[in-house]
Design a protein around this ligand. Structure first.
Ligand code: ADP
Ligand code: MG
Length: 646
C-alpha cells in the first residue's frame, strides 16, 4: 500500500467507542499497519473511568482523577450515568440508592443530575455528562492519531430502547462527534472475534456473556447470512436478559464482609461494629484490598491476607480458590438463572429449538476461572476468552467503524473472513525450530495432535510457544502466545509424554492444550489465530517463505539433528562408561571414535548451522546408532543377568 493511500485513510477517521457504565474505551483500526483494532490512549490499560466531577468553580474533571475523588466528593462526582440515559426519574428510582449524587426530575419527567457549585445549583442532563466522557475520548483519539476526529461508532447494550439510543446519539453530537452507527455491545464483541457467516445457508447462534463491575447482560444473537434480498449479513438479537445490579462489586463486598466479620470476632467486637460503621476512606481501602485478593485468585490457587490492626495486633489468614468459589457460587448462579431465561426466550423467537455455536466472554469479571467453567458447562461450549474482556467491545466497535469507513472495508472484511487457515500454526521445539501442526490453507474447523518429549533430564516445566508462519524457525514466525505446562514430575529426557492438541473452530479461534500423559498435568491457551492479519500481510509472509524455503529446510534439519544427536550421544556415552569392562578393545575404540566424530558435528553446528553439511551430519549419527546396537544388546543382557527374576 502506498504512502498517499495511507494518508488518505486518516483524513476523516471513524473511531470506535465503548461507552460503558464503569469504564469507557476508544479504539481504532489503522488500515495502514494491518495490525487490527487497537485501543487508544496511554493511561495505563486504555480504560477511562466513566466518571465526571464538577468542581466548585463549575469546571469539570473526567476520567481517572474524577474516579479517585469519588469517596471524597460523593455529591459532586457523577458515576454510572449510563443508567440514567434516556430514562425518566421514575424509571430509575431503584438505581438511586446506589448513586452518591442527587438526581431530580426535569422537563417531561427526564432524569437530571443536580450539583451544588459556588455559583449555586447546576443541572446536567445524562446526555451532557456522557458528552463530557465522549469528549475526553475524542481528545484522546485525536492525540493518538494526530488528526481531528469527528465521527464515531458507539456501542450500547442490546436492550437499550429507542429513547436510550437517541440519547446516546445526542451525547455524541454535544461532544462534536457524529455517531455514524450505534452498535449493540454483544454484536461488537462477536465482530471482534471475527464471527462471520461461512456461507449463504447456515446461520450461527452466539451467546454473549457480559459480567462487569456492576451489571450483567446475557444476549443471544443469531448471525443471519446475506442473501439475494439482503446483501450483507447481520446479527439478530434473539433475546436478552440480565441483572442491572450484579457484578464484580458484589464479590468485593462479600470478601470485605468475610474479613471484617473475622476481625471483629478476633478483637472481641460486636458484629454490628462492622463495615457500615467505618468511615469512607477505610471502606474504600477495604474494598480496594478485597478487589486485589479477588484478582489474585483468578491466577493463583490461594493467597494470604494480612491486615495490620494496630496495637501490635495482626489479622492473618489464607484463602484458597476452593473457599472463594464456594463463597461466590450463589452469585454466579444468579447470572446462570438469567442465562436460562434468555435461552427460553431465544427458543421462542427462534421457533422452538436453539443450539449455541459460540460463547463470547465480555467484562472484567469473566476473568474469574470459576465463571468461565460455569458458563462453559451451561452452554456446552468452550467460551471465547482470547481477547481481553475489557477491550473486546471497543475493538469490535473499531472494526465496524473500519468497515463503514469504506476503502479499507473490502480488505478488512477479506481479512476477517476465514474459511481456511491463512498461515500455518505450530509450536516451538528444541533449538528454536517450528513443528507445524496445522498447515496453511487447511479448512476450518481443524484439529491436530502431536506428541513430544523433553530434551533435558529432570525438566519439570515446559514452555509452549504457539507461532504462525511459513518459516522453519520460531524467530522468523509470528508469536501468537506462550504458556507453561508446570509441575511435571522429574524424569529423564525423552521419558515424559507430552501431547499438544490444536483445535481451530469455525470462527478461527485456536485452542491449544498441552498434557503430560504420565502425570496428567494439563495447561491450555486460547488465541484468535487470524488477528490483525490482512490479505497483504499473508501474501508477503508467503512470498518470504518461498524465498527462504531451501535455507530454512536445511536449518530446521540441522537443528533437529543437534537435538537428536545430543540425546544419542549422551545415552551411548553413558552406557559405554558403564559397560566398558565388558567390551572388546576394538569395539570400544570404534564407538569412541564415532562418538568423537558426532560430537564434532554437534559442536560445529551449534556455533553455526551453515558450517555443517546436513547429510554428512546425518550419516555420522546413523553410523553411531548402527554401531551402538551391540552395546544395547550387551546392556540388556547385563541387566537380565543382574535381575534374573524378570
Ligand atoms: P463494567 O462493564 O461495569 O464497566 P468491567 O467490564 O470493566 O466493568 O469489569 C470490572 C470488574 O471486573 C470489576 O469488578 C473488577 O474487579 C473485575 N475484574 C477485573 N479484572 C479481574 C480479574 N483478574 N479477576 C477477577 N475480577 C476482575
Ligand atoms: Mg462493560
Amino acid at each position: 500500500m502506498s504512502d498517499s493511500q495511507s494518508l488518505a485513510s486518516l483524513v476523516d477517521p471513524i473511531i470506535g467507542i465503548d461507552l460503558g457504565t464503569t469504564n469507557s474505551l476508544v479504539a481504532f483500526v489503522d488500515a495502514r499497519g494491518g495490525q487490527g483494532a487497537r485501543v487508544l490512549g496511554d493511561e495505563g490499560e486504555g480504560l477511562m473511568p466513566s466518571v465526571v466531577r464538577v468542581e466548585l468553580d463549575g469546571s469539570v474533571v473526567v476520567g481517572q482523577s474524577a474516579a479517585d475523588g469519588m469517596v471524597e466528593f460523593p455529591d459532586r462526582t457523577i458515576n454510572s450515568v449510563k443508567r440514567l440515559m434516556g430514562r425518566s426519574l421514575s424509571d430509575v428510582s431503584a438505581d438511586l440508592k446506589y448513586l452518591g449524587y442527587e438526581v431530580i426530575s426535569g422537563e417531561h419527567d427526564t432524569a437530571k443530575v443536580r450539583v451544588m457549585t459556588d455559583a449555586g445549583e447546576r443541572l446536567f442532563s445524562p446526555e451532557e455528562v456522557s458528552a463530557m466522557i465522549l469528549g475526553a475520548l475524542k481528545e484522546r483519539a485525536e492525540k493518538a492519531l494526530g488528526v481531528e476526529v469527528s465521527k464515531a461508532v458507539v456501542t450500547v447494550p442490546a436492550y437499550f430502547d429507542d429513547a436510550q439510543r437517541q440519547a446516546t446519539r445526542n451525547a455524541g453530537r454535544l461532544a462534536g462527534l457524529e455517531v455514524v452507527r450505534i452498535v449493540n455491545e454483544p454484536t461488537a464483541a462477536a465482530l471482534a472475534y471475527g464471527i462471520r457467516s461461512r456461507d449463504e445457508k447456515s446461520s450461527q447462534t452466539i451467546a454473549v456473556y457480559d459480567l462487569g463491575g456492576g451489571t450483567f447482560d446475557i444476549s443471544i444473537l443469531k448471525l443471519i447470512p446475506g442473501d439475494e434480498h439482503n446483501a450483507t449479513e447481520f446479527f439478530q438479537v434473539l433475546a436478552t436478559a440480565g441483572d442491572t445490579h450484579l457484578g464484580g462489586d458484589d464479590v468485593d463486598h462479600m470478601l470485605v464482609e468475610l474479613f471484617v466479620g473475622e476481625i471483629a470476632q478476633q478483637l472481641g467486637l460486636q458484629a454490628e461494629n462492622s463495615f457500615g460503621s467505618f468511615d469512607a476512606s477505610t471502606k474504600r481501602a477495604l474494598i480496594e484490598f478485597a478487589r486485589g485478593v479477588k484478582h489474585k485468585l483468578s491466577t493463583d490457587n490461594a493467597t494470604t491476607v494480612s491486615i495490620d490492626l494496630g496495637d501490635g495486633k495482626n489479622y492473618e489468614r489464607s484463602i484458597s480458590r476452593v473457599e472463594f468459589e464456594a463463597m461466590i457460587e450463589g452469585w454466579v448462579d444468579r447470572s446462570m438463572a438469567a442465562c436460562d431465561r434468555a435461552m427460553r426466550d431465544a427458543k421462542k423467537s427462534n421457533g422452538g429449538e436453539i443450539v449455541i455455536d459460540s460463547v463470547v466472554m465480555v467484562g472484567g469479571s469473566t476473568r474469574i476461572p470459576f465463571v468461565r467453567t460455569k458458563v462453559g458447562a451451561f452452554f456446552g461450549v468452550e467460551p471465547y476468552t482470547a481477547i481481553d474482556p475489557d477491550r473486546v467491545v471497543a475493538m469490535g466497535a473499531a472494526l465496524q467503524a473500519g468497515i463503514i469507513a469504506g476503502g479499507l472495508a473490502g480488505e478488512q472484511s477479506d481479512a476477517l473472513l476465514l474459511d481456511v487457515i491463512p498461515l500455518s500454526l505450530g509450536i516451538e521445539t528444541a533449538g528454536g525450530a517450528v513443528a507445524k501442526l496445522i498447515m496453511r490453507n487447511t479448512t476450518v474447523p481443524a484439529r491436530a495432535v502431536e506428541r513430544f518429549s523433553t530434551s533435558v533430564d529432570g525438566q519439570v516445566n515446559v514452555k509452549i510457544q504457539v507461532v504462525q508462519g511459513e518459516r522453519e524457525m520460531v524467530a522468523d514466525c509470528r508469536l501468537l502466545g506462550v504458556f507453561d505446562l508446570r509441575g511435571i514430575p522429574p524424569m529423564p529426557a525423552g521419558v515424559p509424554k507430552l501431547v499438544v492438541e490444536f483445535l481451530v473452530d469455525a470462527n478461527g479461534v485456536l485452542n491449544v492444550a498441552a498434557v503430560e500423559e504420565r502425570s496428567g498435568k494439563r495447561a491450555a491457551i486460547q488465541i484468535v489465530a487470524n488477528h490483525g492479519l490482512t490479505r497483504d500481510e499473508v501474501d508477503r509472509i508467503e512470498a518470504e517463505s518461498f524465498k527462504h524455503a531451501r535455507d530454512d529446510m536445511t536449518q530446521h534439519q540441522v537443528v533437529d539433528l543437534i537435538t537428536n544427536s545430543s540425546l544419542d550421544y549422551k545415552w551411548i556415552s553413558d552406557r559405554l562408561t558403564k559397560l566398558s569392562a565388558l567390551l572388546e578393545d576394538d569395539y570400544r575404540d570404534e564407538l569412541r571414535s564415532k562418538l568423537d566424530v558426532l560430537k564434532g558435528f554437534i559442536t560445529k553446528a551449534k556455533l553455526d548451522w551453515r558450517s555443517v553439511e546436513p547429510n554428512a551430519f546425518h550419516a555420522a549419527k546413523e553410523e553411531l546408532d548402527h554401531s551402538s546396537m551391540r552395546l544395547q544388546e550387551i546392556g540388556i543382557a547385563e541387566s537380565l543377568r543382574n535381575d534374573p527374576g524378570r
